[in-house]
Design a protein around this ligand. Structure first.
Ligand code: S3P
Length: 443
């Protein structure tokens, strides 16, 4: 079992680079794989989740060639993808999605209309996650996806069928569900429209447009006409702001810290973390190096100066934007002066683990004053954290959030079952060791 042993650090300074964006890497592999020619994808995140998508596309007949020279030490980051012209082939056996909800839900949208049967499996965590949220709209389109139990969990058996378009109001603010329906719509005859209750990350829409697929966005609704071709194009994946979030919090929580993180994705549907940390007291500079337009994703360099943190309220429409950052923001709340309230975040309960329960359990083990609520938590910040042995609950973001908490605790913090970090952030441990070794120790 991989464990992290973390001790107190003091100042987070210098530069940290983060690997490619997870959400964008999945989509780049899928859309380039479906396209009408050859594309190269650079900056790909070589994490277990994204490799599950790569292997899924390979098992469906897409030829994908690694460029060995692009190996950063944590895996290959550039691939040449030979698009299949929207014609996938039947896989030889079940497709393993590992821990990755994005792989399973988006691939379901793609596979629902194919002229073959397929099965999508997951690890024990993914096998407990709700899939009815995609099964229901796909069934309305004429798709036939069987789940294992009445609760609508994986494995998914997908009986490919011709699909009809629908107009679908999402019952939950989920980019994965939105994307599954839009991708199914791409293979249906006619116009499919998805209406979101709140704006969610729009990487699918941006990347489909980049690959020359026409979509219409009006307010929170997005429409796509079926039957469109996907043009092959080279694509650069930006750094993952959700991975940067761990270092942003570590820097923000210490007066005098000064950290640069270059080449981070700055899609406005993902930058809520910057707004929350700014209201908690950090100074954040953003220099955007790629313009935001219909041609892909905005990228920029981040610079953060820490002044210590103040508590804040987090809830409402900003939740989907920062859904993956809430575990590390809860740690920020424990390190802040005053009260931090997280509400409207029930979705945390159906992530890789119940993240409300996991965060509250671990914060309490480290001596923080925190109360679990039905849709979030209330943290009375500013109590000194003490080192403790905590578990990741098999969830990468819990492991990393508590590694950062350990940098601020008295004594040693042990994070058990930390191998799951590789699902999204290969190289995290190396940056963590660097942060511990280069941190100024308190005199
Ligand atoms: C993702 C969307 C989010 C997020 C997940 C990745 C995506 O899930 O939590 O890590 O790539 O579309 P939901 O859309 O289900 O909230």
């Amino acid at each position: 079992m991989t464990t992290y042993k973390v001790r107190r650090g003091r100042l987070i300074t210098g530069e940290i680079t983060v690997p490619g964006d997870k959400s964008i890497s999945h989509r780049a592999m899928m859309f380039a794989g479906l396209s009408d020619g050859d594309s190269s994808v650079s900056g790909f995140l070589p994490s277990e989740d994204c490799l599950a998508t790569l292997n899924a596309m390979r098992s469906l007949g897409v030829r994908i060639e690694p460029d060995a020279e692009s190996d950063t030490g944590f895996g290959v980051t550039r691939y040449r993808i030979h698009g299949c012209h929207r014609t996938l082939k039947a896989p030889d056996g079940p497709i393993d999605c590992g821990n990755s909800g994005t792989t399973m839900r988006l691939m379901s949208g793609i596979l629902a209309s194919q002229a073959f049967e397929s099965e999508l499996q997951g690890d024990p965590s993914l096998s407990k996650r709700p899939m009815n949220r995609i099964v229901t709209p796909l069934a309305k389109m004429g798709g036939h996806v069987e789940t294992s139990t009445e609760g609508g969990c994986p494995p998914l058996r997908i009986h490919g069928k011709p699909l009809s378009p629908i107009t679908y109001e999402l019952p939950v603010a989920s980019a994965q569900v939105k994307s599954a329906v839009l991708l199914a719509g791409l293979f249906a005859e006619g116009r499919t429209t998805v209406i979101q209750p709140v704006v969610t990350r729009d990487h699918t829409e941006r990347m489909l447009r980049y690959f020359k697929v026409h979509l219409v966005t009006e307010g929170t609704s997005i429409s796509i006409d079926g039957g469109q071709r996907i043009e092959a194009r080279d694509f650069q994946v930006p750094g993952d702001i959700s991975s940067a979030a761990f270092w942003l919090v570590a820097a923000a929580a210490q007066n005098g810290s000064h950290l640069q993180i270059p080449g981070v994705g700055l899609n406005p549907s993902r930058t809520g973390i910057l707004a929350v940390l700014t209201r908690m007291g950090a100074t954040i500079g953003v220099s955007q190096i790629a313009a935001e337009d219909d041609e892909g994703e905005p990228i920029g360099d981040l610079e953060i100066k820490g002044h210590g943190l103040q508590g804040t309220e987090i809830g409402g429409d900003e939740i989907p934007n920062i859904i993956d950052e809430l575990p590390i923001l809860a740690v920020a709340g424990a390190l802040a002066e005053g009260t931090t309230v997280i509400r409207d975040a029930e979705e945390l309960k159906v992530k890789e683990t119940d993240r409300i329960h996991a965060v509250v359990t671990n914060l309490q083990a480290m001596g923080a004053e925190v109360e679990e609520t039905a849709d979030g938590m209330i943290i009375e910040g500013g109590k000194p954290l003490r080192g403790a042995t905590v578990t990741s609950f098999g969830d990468h973001r819990i492991a990393m959030a508590f590694a950062i908490a350990g940098l601020f605790a008295d004594g040693e913090t042990i994070i058990e079952n930390a191998a799951c970090v590789n699902t999204s952030y290969p190289g995290f441990e190396s940056s963590l060791n660097h942060a511990m070794n280069t941190a100024d120790q308190p005199s």
